[in-house]
Design a binder for this molecule. Sequence first.
Ligand code: CO
Length: 169
Amino acid sequence: MIGKLNHVGVATPSIDESLKMYRDLLGATSFTEKWAMPEQGVWVCFVNLPNSQIELIEPYGEKSPIHGFLAKNPKGGQHHICFEVENIYEARDALVAKGATVLGEPRIGAHGTLIIFVHPKDMGGMLVELMETPRRRITDGPGYGDRDLSDHLVDRSVLRAAAGRAQLS
Ligand code: CO
């Protein structure tokens, strides 16, 4: 079932500050846009690495599911790890059949493909996200692209593109 490591999810009180850290301390040079996922209660931005991505998530709205995490970890920290799977429903059914607790129904994630989360109690204490391997790599959309870090503003066209992709999936 388990495929490639897609990304490591990192919660942060400030995506902008985290981006500066990855750029200035670690020399990262490739970042996606920052955009809002209101239905997930997060702002999202990816740091692109040669073999993977770091997904920075910042609370969006008062009901954000990561407020609790940041209350316990005020500076932020590693929040989840994401592996790719071929078929999210098959993965979900296999996990449930083996007694694991899957959180919620499959839904569209930051890369525009279906995701689920598996409860840390079944995953050695780690919150695990599973996402369907994208059928084709999109290089110019949220979650994949590259951008100039000098611009921290959210581009409305990017939000519309993300919403459009979610509807297509
Ligand atoms: Co994630």
